[in-house]
Design a binder for this molecule. Sequence first.
Ligand SMILES: Nc1nc2c(ncn2[C@@H]2O[C@H](COP(=O)(O)OP(=O)(O)OP(=O)(O)O)[C@@H](O)[C@H]2O)c(=O)[nH]1
Ligand SMILES: [Zn+2]
Length: 392
Amino acid sequence: MSCVESDDDDEPPQLIPAPSLFASEDMAAKSGDAAKCLNDEPPSSTREQQTPVTLLTGYLGAGKTTLLNYILTHEHNKKIAVILNEFGEGSAVEKSMSIGQNGDLYEEWLELRNGCLCCSVKDNGVKAIENLMKKRGKFDYILLETTGLADPGPIAQLFWVDKQLECQIKLDGIITVIDCKHAMKNLTEKKPDGVINEAVRQVALADLLLLNKCDLVSEAERTAVYDAVRSINTSARLITTTRCQVEVSELLDLRAYDSLNSDRTAVFAAPGSHIDMRVRTVTVECDGSVSSEGLDSFVQALLWEKTVTDAEGRPAIVYRMKGVLSVAGEERQVLLQAVQELYETEQTQPWTGQSRHCTIILIGEHLDKDVLQRLLESYLVQSDSSAEQQVS
Ligand SMILES: Nc1nc2c(ncn2[C@@H]2O[C@H](COP(=O)(O)OP(=O)(O)OP(=O)(O)O)[C@@H](O)[C@H]2O)c(=O)[nH]1
Ligand SMILES: [Zn+2]
């Protein structure tokens, strides 16, 4: 790996010690051990010290690089590091990594053997990020553009799984850029083996959807794309754009994995779309509290044991799950986050001034709302003394 860099007369970057809170128990849950923990709320400084990373995804030519350039050239008061995961004809092994600082770009070339970050992410991707982190003093945000054909799931998981990275980096969210001109074709393209295509996965995992290239389509076409996209993901925020022009504040610091309480994670009404996208969003809700063991069972049956099926007996496949739950005996709200089979729970703010309830949003295949609702309700605790402790 070579590094083209200007002279470095800055103070050497200060590496921040790994917060033990994240490095220990929490990781056991994420790495798939049959263990889970309810974390105490991390000190706010811990989260503040972590560099946010935003994944930019979207089908080939949707406008990811346009978005990247747009962000880099607009006012954001941030020093942004960029990882590009692009490859062109004949240079499939080259990846460029740039660090934008005061308008300067430093470049570093990474060799990814198979030219795809999501496939080689454990080896080279981690090295790339670690290398970036050595320059930590130089930036305070990371943007990662994935290839158009990448499934963002494994890449998002990287930022959860790697212990060394975990302490320094936090996943801020996934932005999916949609090419309105070609979206319907991309989203409905049938894969020979019947698997869900990448375009659908990218929409499913999005925290923010940019319906881009609106200048190229009629209103009717745009509405059709909107309906198709919303029939997959009703939980992501959605903005229509031309050349990805949108306030930078709408793009960065989404905190999609931090909290469910802002309007950014509201559930939007699903359109009465006539297209069956197979992948869809289901929300289950109930009043009261579930037991801690019940929450474990619910999540593990879904994600690991795959024992939850739809009416036709097909196992539910979860791409993304997030929720806020009331767990019996816990004073604080419990935030649940999952990407594919990895999940974590974390205690957030106390239940004050609102009645205890559980809300879980799931995006995936073969999700039967009634089955999931009944399953969640089966873990409700009948008389929860902690429910009475709520402050009104
Ligand atoms: N008309 C129009 N063109 C756009 C818009 N956004 C991007 N483009 C153009 O679309 C082309 C592809 O944009 P990129 O930003 O390179 O797309 P990408 O997603 O990074 O593409 P890959 O990395 O190759 O997958 C470029 O020529 C852009 O200038 C838009 O809103 N309207
Ligand atoms: Zn690009």
